[in-house]
Design a protein around this ligand. Structure first.
Ligand code: HSE
Length: 405
C-alpha cells in the first residue's frame, strides 16, 4: 500500500481526492498496489466532505510521517507551497504539483533536490491542465531536437477571444462573461496580461532545451488591447486572433514570447476555441505534432496529477530523468524576431500613400469606417517595424498585432 497526502483542498486538490477514490481500481492496477489518501492539509474545515476524517492543519505531520510516500501540492501560489514542497522532497517524499508559479519560479532548485534525494518532482498538471504535454516531452519526444513549441496555453483568454471572434463581443463583455462562468478570477490580471501563459511557456521551453528559463526574460503581452474592431478586420482576412505562448529554437538562438497573434484558418491552432488549450510541438525528425484538450478545470487537471502520483509510485526508488539543469538559457531579444504586422491607422488616402512609402509592400483593407484603414505588412524584423512605425508617427497607429498569415 502507498499512502498519499494532498496539500490544498481547493478545486484541483478535491479533484485528486475524488479520482483516487473513483478510479481506485485503475490506479491500483497501474502501480501494482493500493494507493490510499491518508491526509488532506488545509487551513479550512470541510464538514461533511469525503475527506473530513483525513483533514490536518499542520504540515509537519506530513513531513514527519514515514508512511507518506507521495505529497500532492495543489495550493497554488508560492507561499507556503514552496517551503512545503522543498521540505517534502528533503524528507525523501515524491511530489506531484499542479502549480505553474512554483515550477516556473523554483523548478530548478526543486528538481535538483529531487535528484539528490532519489525521489521525483513531477508537474504534468502545471501546463495544459489535463493535456499530456510534460510527459510526452521527456518520454515520447526525448529523441527529438525540439524546434518549436507554440501553444494556446490559457483557457480564460481563449474563451474571451473566441467570444469576441464568434459573437462580436467587446473585450469587457467577454471578460465579464468569463468571470460569471467562473473561468476568470475576480482579479483576472494573470490571465489577461499573459502572465499565466508566460510561466507555462517558460516551463515548456526549459523542458525542451534542458536548461533553466527565467520567466522574467520572456516578452509578455496580454490581450487587454485587442478590440472587437480588430476582429472585424480579421474576419475580412479569414483570420482570427489567439494568445500564443511560443518558443522557437534555431541553432543557438531561442526566442520565447507571449503575445496575441493573427492567424489564418489553415494554422493548426486556429480551431482551438473556447476554454480549450492546444499545443503544437515541432521536432526536427517528427515534424509537427498537436496536443489538444481541457487546459483547466477540476477533474482534467486532477487527472494529470494522479498520473504523476502513479509514475512516482512506479519509480518509488529512483529519480526519473526529467526537467532541466541550472545553466540559464539565453532568450534572444524580441527585436530580432520577424513577423508580418497587422496595423490599424487613423487617416485617409494621404495616410495610405504614406503607409506604402514607409512600410513597403502592404495589403490594404478597411471596414467601411472613413476615418481609419489597416495594412498587413510583409515580414520584417521587430526592430525594423518599430523604426518604421516611429517614422510613420505612433500617434496615428491605433493597433498593431503580429501576424502569421
Ligand atoms: N487560469 C488558467 C486558465 C487556469 O484560464 O487557463 C489553468 O492554468
Amino acid at each position: 500500500m502507498v499512502q498519499v497526502a494532498i496539500m490544498g483542498y481547493g478545486t484541483i486538490g478535491s479533484g485528486v481526492a475524488e479520482i483516487l477514490e473513483k478510479n481506485r481500481d485503475a490506479v491500483a492496477a497501474a502501480v501494482g498496489e493500493e494507493v490510499v489518501l491518508k491526509y488532506v492539509l488545509d487551513l479550512r474545515e470541510f464538514p461533511g466532505s469525503p475527506v473530513e476524517d483525513k483533514l490536518i492543519h499542520e504540515f509537519h505531520i506530513i513531513e514527519e510521517d514515514p508512511e507518506i510516500d507521495v505529497v500532492v501540492e495543489t495550493m497554488g501560489g508560492l507561499n507556503p507551497s514552496y517551503p512545503f514542497v522543498k521540505a517534502s522532497l528533503l524528507a525523501g517524499k515524491h511530489v506531484a504539483t499542479s502549480n505553474k508559479a512554483l515550477v516556473a519560479a523554483y523548478g530548478t532548485e526543486l528538481l535538483a533536490i529531487a535528484r539528490e534525494k532519489g525521489v521525483n518532482f513531477f508537474f504534468e498538471a502545471s501546463v495544459g491542465g489535463g493535456i499530456p504535454i510534460i510527459r510526452p516531452l521527456y518520454r515520447c519526444l526525448s529523441g527529438e531536437k525540439i524546434e518549436e513549441i507554440t501553444g494556446i496555453l490559457n483557457g480564460t483568454t481563449n474563451y474571451i477571444l473566441t467570444k469576441m471572434d464568434q459573437e462580436g463581443a467587446s473585450f469587457e463583455d467577454a471578460l465579464k462573461e468569463a468571470q460569471e462562468l467562473g473561468y476568470a478570477e475576480r482579479n483576472p490580471e494573470a490571465d489577461i496580461e499573459g502572465y499565466d501563459s508566460c510561466r507555462k511557456i517558460a516551463i515548456l521551453t526549459a523542458m525542451a532545451t534542458g536548461h533553466e528559463v527565467n520567466f522574467e526574460d520572456i516578452y509578455t503581452e496580454g490581450i487587454t488591447k485587442i478590440t472587437d474592431v480588430d476582429f472585424q478586420y480579421a474576419e475580412r482576412l479569414g483570420a482570427s486572433i489567439k494568445l500564443f505562448g511560443s518558443s522557437r529554437m534555431s541553432g543557438d538562438e531561442v526566442h520565447a514570447w507571449v503575445a496575441p497573434v493573427m492567424i489564418g484558418r489553415s494554422h493548426p491552432l486556429y480551431a482551438v476555441s473556447d476554454v480549450f488549450n492546444g499545443i503544437l510541438v515541432k521536432g526536427n525528425m517528427l515534424g509537427v505534432s498537436m496536443f489538444y484538450g481541457s487546459g483547466a478545470g477540476k477533474l482534467p487537471t486532477a487527472s494529470a496529477v494522479v498520473a504523476d502520483i502513479i509514475e512516482a509510485v512506479q519509480n518509488k526508488h529512483a529519480n526519473v530523468k526529467i526537467g532541466w539543469d541550472e545553466k540559464r538559457l539565453a532568450i534572444a531579444d524580441m527585436g530580432s524576431a520577424s513577423w508580418r504586422y497587422f496595423v490599424r491607422i487613423a487617416g485617409d488616402k494621404e495616410q495610405k500613400e504614406k503607409a506604402e512609402n514607409i512600410f513597403g509592400h502592404v495589403e490594404m483593407m478597411d471596414t467601411g469606417d472613413a476615418e481609419e484603414f489597416a495594412i498587413l505588412t510583409d515580414e520584417m524584423r521587430e526592430t525594423d517595424f518599430q523604426k518604421r512605425a516611429a517614422a510613420f508617427g505612433e500617434d496615428r497607429i491605433r493597433q498593431r498585432i503580429r501576424a502569421e498569415l
